[in-house]
Design a protein around this ligand. Structure first.
Ligand SMILES: Cc1cc2nc3c(=O)[nH]c(=O)nc-3n(C[C@H](O)[C@H](O)[C@H](O)COP(=O)(O)OP(=O)(O)OC[C@H]3O[C@@H](n4cnc5c(N)ncnc54)[C@H](O)[C@@H]3O)c2cc1C
Length: 311
């Protein structure tokens, strides 16, 4: 409901959402269809809430308008001006999901090479000669090369020869912090304030054990570091009190942070996923993924399916 109709984010998020529920059921991965409320904290936000509703409708997403009475019944702690309900939103245990994918690779006779750094790749006739390092440098030869290195995707892309410079996006680091809440979690569904161009807002989320947490914020940084900035607490308190006045600040504690690999600069509009194929860069066998930020997990199985069909 957040992205333009023709974008890859819309296409893969919608398809990936279905595939992920199917896969999680099949593989017994912990997950829950919690649903989510997208909220307008006050009347000035109602017009933007309506825009999201219309975008969702145009994208074919199941999205319902909630009455204030319904919100009061379902989430009595919220003090807001309006909300939409997305019934297909959910949570999944991501480490369980990734472990299951790793098992699939191994059952299909693939090898996952941990602690191995990709250094460079050079097209040699029909195959690539790839230099790697796991403490010792070694080379492998392959017909296909797929760059899905997240925060490292700029480095990887710029080390593929003979890829033109214009195909490598500069990656901008957008750090996000989460605070956890030590009290009882009063919410049944996830609660999302309105998004802006860079972030989906500082939302209410929880894990499979119902542990409540808030985040992520957005702080643009120049380097990859996972130091937690505790001074953000005041900003979090202010933002959460906009929709949950009963939140007790002394129960908020630093949890963790992550970094989004954005191909947009801080001042720019939201960018779509960037996936380049040989028809774009003319290097047979190479697929270049960049800017795979949220909703990258939701989209992951759909992206994988699409890439395998293309190669
Ligand atoms: C704060 C935050 C919140 C998010 N919330 C959501 C959400 O609610 N829903 C959602 O769908 N998505 C969410 N995402 C996005 C999601 O996490 C990403 O889209 C997803 O992880 C992208 O997967 P990937 O495999 O492309 O990249 P990554 O998960 O970043 O994996 C890339 C891998 O490549 C490795 N690598 C990098 N360089 C090299 C190299 N030179 N050699 C070898 N290996 C290398 C890295 O170590 C890493 O293991 C969130 C992200 C953040 C940061």
């Amino acid at each position: 409901m957040y992205y333009p109709k023709e974008s890859l984010k819309t296409k893969f998020c919608i398809e990936g959402n279905k595939l992920l529920y199917e896969y999680a059921k099949l593989k017994n991965i912990s997950h829950k269809k919690t649903g989510k409320f997208i909220i307008a904290s006050d009347e000035s936000e109602l017009a933007n809430l309506e825009k999201i509703f219309l975008q969702g409708q145009s994208n074919g997403v199941d999205l319902r308008k909630s009455s204030l009475k319904e919100i009061k019944t379902k989430e009595p702690e919220l003090d807001i001006a309006g909300a939409l309900f997305s019934p297909e939103t959910g949570i999944i245990d991501v480490p369980e999901f990734i472990t299951s994918l790793e098992g699939d690779i191994q059952h299909n006779e693939g090898v996952v090479s941990f602690n191995t750094n990709f250094l460079s790749a050079k097209k040699n006739g029909k195959s690539f000669c790839i230099k790697c390092c796991d403490g010792n440098e070694f080379e492998i030869e392959t017909s296909f090369l797929i760059n899905s290195a997240g925060l490292g995707s700029e480095n990887v892309s710029s080390s593929v020869s003979p890829l033109g410079e214009e195909f490598t996006h500069k990656i901008h680091y957008a750090k996000g912090h989460y605070f956890k809440y030590s009290g009882v979690n009063p919410f049944d569904a996830l609660i999302y304030p309105l998004p802006n161009e860079s972030s989906q807002g500082l939302h209410v989320g929880f894990d499979m054990s119902h542990q409540l947490r808030f985040g992520p914020d957005i702080s643009w940084v120049d380097e990859i570091d996972y130091v937690f900035d505790e001074s953000l607490k005041e900003k979090f308190i202010h933002s959460i009190h906009n929709y949950w006045p009963g939140m007790e600040p002394e129960r908020l504690h630093p949890d963790y942070c992550g970094i989004r690999p954005k191909i947009q600069k801080p001042s720019e509009k939201m960018q779509d996923f960037s996936i380049q194929f040989p028809k774009d860069h003319k290097i047979e066998g190479f697929v270049n993924l960049q800017g795979i930020e949220s909703p990258g997990i939701t989209s992951s199985l759909a992206i994988g399916k699409y890439i395998s069909s293309m190669i």
